[in-house]
Design a protein around this ligand. Structure first.
Ligand code: S3P
Length: 429
């Protein structure tokens, strides 16, 4: 992702309006992969517009899956469990989800795959998936635990794997490999992580059991194509909700948004911190909850995010941290060490950019402590090529004095290409 692109964000005086967001990124990846290994055609509406989810679709095409896009609908022609050997490397771009989850699928194929990524993805830890997949019988070459990965797939055997880190990508990788393994695969997680893989597998016809912190899957179950509409991305909504939180009296309507309980903890935390939120029109679609959010800005108080909440809000912490200085009591983030191995070191990136805006910040190994009641000034922000850093600081810029320049703003396209125009539509000046 070239990082020369710049966007100037001017201060605003409020947020008002409505936005219907593209499909959730996490669910889009899973539907594309599962539809590819299912029997029959899947029709997926509102697939994420982000570049990451396009990487997943491109990889599926390289593995012999045919798909066509018509307006807001993608038709995916499932091949069943046997994919075809790719003629070149599978390019996962910036997407950790693509690389980690697809590894589980190609580990069960009768050919060798090479998975590559951009500079950021090439720095990210893959040992966490190499270990369980190797235990299942795959043979994986890596660059000391980092991409590129060469996965020599083949017959797999079930494992009983206890994950050392709370990661939905790792859980998903093992469960997907479990589909191709002989016997029952079990994955235990230290903290509850997003369960879209489990929900999606059920929607495609696979039996999944959950006992306590453990998820179980039997190898060999066939998948059947589905027709589904993907609910709006709640992690993208977090930026606009963050903007609404900054302005008393702001009004924001977000229809058709994902409300899965393993993701919606964000709403509880925002409410505890002072944003008023009402959820209406709650319904279920293919096991996923979807609803309409009405948010109203009030007092922005701040608070603490720690323990299981840090794992549940891992993608939303950058925006909460970026707007922490404007809160009455500050925001403290603990137990969020995983932020250091995302698309950038998000703890360091948030701290450095907040300091550029004149804020006082305490950076810790596993989080940040950001005092409240601080007025920030517009500054030059380095996105580090990380979509969530670029978008988080565009929100922080709305209450700063003077203009803020987001460098590497085009990285927003990784999850939401229309982020800046949508933000312009919603803010009042
Ligand atoms: C995701 C899981 C999380 C999250 C990522 C998407 C997923 O990563 O940060 O953006 O779709 O499963 P980890 O599994 O590494 O925590």
């Amino acid at each position: 992702m070239p990082s020369e692109s710049q966007v100037v964000v001017r201060p605003a005086r409020g947020v008002r309006g409505s936005a219907r967001l593209p499909g959730d990124k996490s669910i889009s990846h899973r539907y594309a992969m599962l539809a590819g290994i299912a029997e029959g055609v899947s029709r997926i509406e509102n697939y994420s517009t982000g570049a990451d989810c396009a990487s997943t679709l491109a990889c599926m095409r390289s593995l012999g899956v045919r798909w066509e896009k018509k307006d807001n609908l993608i038709e995916i022609h499932g091949r069943g469990p046997g994919l075809s050997a790719p003629s070149g490397p599978l390019d996962c771009g910036n997407s950790g989800s693509t690389m980690r989850m697809l590894s589980g699928i190609v580990a069960g194929q009768k050919f060798t795959s090479e998975l590559i990524g951009d500079a950021s993805l090439s720095r990210r830890p893959m040992e966490r998936i190499i270990r369980p997949l190797t235990e299942m019988g795959a043979n994986i070459e890596s660059q000391q635990g980092r991409p590129p990965l060469r996965i020599h797939g083949g017959a797999l055997k079930a494992v009983d794997y206890k994950m050392p880190v709370a990661s939905a990508q790792v859980k998903s990788c093992v469960l997907l490999a479990g589909l191709f393994a002989e016997g029952e695969t079990r994955v235990g997680e230290p903290l509850r992580t997003r369960d879209h893989t489990e929900v999606a597998l059920r929607a495609f016809g696979v039996t999944i059991e959950r006992k306590g912190n453990e998820t179980r899957i039997r190898g060999g179950s066939p998948l059947h194509g589905i027709e589904a509409r993907i609910p709006g991305d709640i992690s993208t909504a977090a930026f606009f909700l963050g903007a609404a939180a900054l302005f008393p009296g702001s009004q924001l309507l977000l229809p058709g948004l994902l409300m899965n309980p393993t993701r919606a903890r964000l709403l509880d935390i925002l409410m505890q911190m002072g944003l008023q939120i009402a959820v209406t029109q709650l319904e279920e679609t293919h096991g996923e909850m979807v609803g309409t959010i009405q948010a109203q800005g009030d007092q922005w108080n701040g608070g603490v995010i720690s323990g299981a909440d840090s794992a549940a809000l891992i993608d939303e912490i950058p925006v909460l941290a970026a707007i922490a200085p404007y809160s009455a009591h500050g925001i403290e983030i603990r137990d969020a060490r995983e932020l250091r191995v995302k698309e950038s070191d998000r703890i360091a990136a948030v701290a450095a950019n907040l300091r550029r805006m004149g804020a006082q910040v305490e950076e810790r190994e596993d989080g940040l402590k950001i005092p409240g009641n601080q007025q920030l000034r517009g500054a030059d922000i380095d996105s580090h090529g990380d979509h969530r850093i670029a978008m988080a600081f565009a929100i922080a810029a709305l209450r700063a004095t003077g203009e803020t320049v987001i460098h590497g703003a085009d990285s927003a396209a990784i999850s939401y290409p229309a982020f800046f125009p949508t933000l312009e539509d919603l803010v009042q000046r």
